[in-house]
Design a protein around this ligand. Structure first.
Ligand code: UT7
Length: 328
């Protein structure tokens, strides 16, 4: 029944920077209100990395916790896959910088770019490398310093996002086992959520800077409509591939973008909100880090017992969507 028995999550970790930016702080920066942000998004506060704290630093902090939890030494890792849209530099990959900082000399390392679906794209990639025998122990990361690409004058976007990192170590295991995966993309809607400048299409120039093309741009309403459909559909596909029904799911761990998107997804799956994990009130949308951080908090809070079925689901820029079903 299960697509891939025998590969599971050996340990998780997360890292959130200490600086808190509340809705009330944002009221002093743009024309907004705590009330608007809370009712439209569910977010109360988010974390911001320090000036000298980079995506790789947050990833390494999360990674160390996941390595410890899994009883893995950095030198035992075969593979590091890091999901991010805010790499330390456009290239080389942030995964290589993380490898060096961890001292994971044996691991091959690369980034994946799937925005908010990134952690699940990374998890799926590592899962398949392990299944194929190319790797045995893999570190999966989602890490973002979104504050570095936010236009802090744009109230449509600056209230939504935060910084952080989530990590998981994958290896042969019957516990927290991957039962099924489902991934999808629609490049036709790429412009709805993107950073237009700084790539080969519009290399950084005085004009791109003046136009603010180095900031995240989003058609919020369109992304919202897409998200509500894509999250539920992705979860349904993965649940069916695992030979399960939505009612078999003990806990849904969704990408933490907006409480209204999360509630709509739960409704479509006919899952009560008691079966849905939410932490977006504390951290906002941390893109690729979001599902990894949530997974680590679920583990830390002891919300699951062996045998429970868990659905991880995300959507993001690309557009992309992803769902992974685990048996705890
Ligand atoms: O991980 C993927 C990343 N993206 C997302 O998850 C975003 C998905 N989209 C959303 O979450 C929602 O569309 C938003 C939260 C971005 C916006 O919520 P909405 O209910 O779709 O609001 P809206 O865009 O329709 O805006 C309603 C009003 C507008 O004013 P007018 O034109 O009606 O006068 C906006 O200008 O709210 C205004 N507005 C704000 N007001 C106060 C937009 N941002 C703010 C703000 N504070 N921060």
């Amino acid at each position: 029944m299960s697509e891939a028995p025998g590969v599971g999550i050996l340990g998780t970790g997360s890292y959130l920077p200490s600086r808190v930016l509340s809705n009330f702080d944002l009221e002093k920066m743009v024309e907004t209100s705590d009330e608007w942000i809370r009712t439209r998004t569910g977010i109360r506060e988010r974390r911001l990395a320090a000036g000298g704290e980079f995506t790789s630093d947050m990833a390494v902090a999360a990674a160390r916790r996941a390595l410890e939890a899994s009883g893995t030494r950095p030198e035992d890792l075969d593979m590091i896959v890091n999901a991010t849209i805010t790499p330390d530099m456009p290239w080389p990959s942030t995964a290589c910088l993380i490898q060096e900082k961890l001292g994971a000399a044996k691991a091959f390392a690369f980034d994946v770019s799937a925005a908010c679906s990134g952690f699940l794209y990374g998890l799926t990639t590592a899962h398949n490398f392990i299944l194929s025998g190319t790797a045995s122990r893999a570190l999966v990361l989602g890490a973002e310093k979104l504050s570095s690409i936010i236009d802090w004058k744009d109230r449509n976007t600056c209230v939504l996002f935060g910084d952080g990192a989530g990590a998981a170590v994958l290896g042969p295991s019957e516990r927290r086992r991957v039962l099924s995966v489902h991934l999808g993309s629609d490049g036709g809607a790429a412009e709805l959520l993107c950073m237009p400048g700084g790539g080969s299409r519009r290399p950084t120039s005085p004009e791109t800077l003046a136009g603010g093309l180095h900031f995240l741009k989003m058609e919020g309403k369109e992304v919202f409509k897409f998200a509500v459909k894509a999250m539920a559909a992705a979860a349904e596909e993965a649940i069916a591939k695992a030979g399960l029904k939505p009612s078999d799911i003990r806990l849904l761990i969704p990408h933490q973008a907006n409480i209204r998107i999360v509630e709509a997804t739960a409704k479509r799956l006919e899952l009560p909100m008691e079966k849905v994990f939410v932490n977006l009130d504390k951290y906002g949308n941390t893109s690729a880090a979001s599902v990894g951080i949530a997974l680590d908090e679920v583990e830390a809070q002891g919300l699951l017992k062996p045998g429970d079925k868990v659905a991880l689901v995300a959507f993001g820029a690309g557009l992309t969507w992803a769902s992974v079903i685990l048996e705890w």
